[in-house]
Design a protein around this ligand. Sequence first.
Ligand SMILES: Cc1cc2nc3c(=O)[nH]c(=O)nc-3n(C[C@H](O)[C@H](O)[C@H](O)COP(=O)(O)OP(=O)(O)OC[C@H]3O[C@@H](n4cnc5c(N)ncnc54)[C@H](O)[C@@H]3O)c2cc1C
Length: 297
Amino acid sequence: MSTFARQAARNVVLPSSLDEAVAALAAAPTAVPVAGGTDLMAAVNSGLLRPAGLVGLGRISEIRGWQYADGHALLGAGLTHARMGRPDFAALIPALAAAARAAGPPQIRNAGTLGGNIITAAPGGDALPVLAALEATVILAGPQGNRELPVSHLLTGMDPLRTAELLAYVRVPLLHAPQTFLKATGRTGPGRATASVCVVLDPARRGVRCAVGAVAPVPLRPLQAEQWVASLIDWDGERALAPEACTAFGEYVAASCIPDPLPAPDGTPGPELPPAAIQLRRTVAALARRALGRALA
Ligand SMILES: Cc1cc2nc3c(=O)[nH]c(=O)nc-3n(C[C@H](O)[C@H](O)[C@H](O)COP(=O)(O)OP(=O)(O)OC[C@H]3O[C@@H](n4cnc5c(N)ncnc54)[C@H](O)[C@@H]3O)c2cc1C
C-alpha cells in the first residue's frame, strides 16, 4: 500500500446522517466527501487529487431515496443512476430516468449518484441538461443550516458550495407531461455525451423547455427557440405540429447553442464555422428535432 493510501485509509469517516457528515467536514475542512467514487477515485488514481481524508456518504440512508413535497419530488443526492433508471422513477421524471439509463456502463450506474454528477459538473454530465430544463433547485446542508438555490447557480459557480456544505437534495417540479432526453456519443455502446438534449413540455404554463448538454461548460437553454415553438403548439391538442416546425426548432436550438462567429467591427462577415462545429451543430439539430417530436407524439 502506498504512503498516501495508508494515510487516507486512516482518515475515512462513515457518518450515518447528514448532520454527522456536515460535522465531520466542519471538523476536517480538508477532507472530501465521496459518494459512489466513480469520479473522485478516477481523479485520485490519476494523481489529480490527494485528499487528506474522506467522508463517505454511502451510509446516509436519508439521501438515498425520494419523497413527494407539494407538487415536487425531493430527490436524495445519494440516488444512484441505476435506481433512477427504474420504471417507478421513470413514471415520475421520465427525462431524468432516461439520462440515468444512458450514464455509462452498468458498474458506473450502480455506484454513481445524482449528487456526484452535479458536483462534478462535467460538461457531459447526463443529469445536468435535464435538471436545467426542469428548472430544478438544490438544497445544500451546512454548519449554518440548509439553503436552496437554482441548480444553474451551482453549476455556473455563481453560488458555489461553501466550506463543510453537502448537496443533500434536488427539488424537481412534477409536470405530469411528456419529457425526453437524447444523447449522442459518437460511438456504439455506453459513452460520454458529445451532445445531449432534454425537452420538457409544461402544458399548464403552455411552455416548452429545452436544454443542451456537453457543447459548453454548462447546459445551455435556447430560450427564444423555446418560446417560438411553444407559440406554434396547439395546446388543446386538436392540431399536430408540422414536421417542418420540428425541423426548424432543431436548427433554431443548434444555431442558438453553436452560433456563427461574430462579424468584424467593420461589418465584414466572421470566419466560417470549423467543420467539427458544423458537425456538432448538425448533431444538436437532429437531437432537438427528435426530442421535440417524441415529446409531442
Ligand atoms: C467509466 C466511466 C464512465 C462514465 N460515464 C458517464 C456518463 O456516461 N454520463 C455521466 O453523466 N457520467 C459518467 N461518468 C461520471 C460519473 O460516473 C458520474 O458523474 C457520477 O454521477 C458521479 O457520481 P459519484 O457518486 O460516483 O460521485 P463521486 O465520485 O463520489 O464524487 C464526485 C464529486 O462530487 C462530490 N460529491 C459527491 N456527492 C456529494 C454530495 N452529496 N455533496 C457534496 N459533494 C459531493 C465529491 O466530493 C467529488 O468531488 C462516468 C465515469 C466513469 C468512471
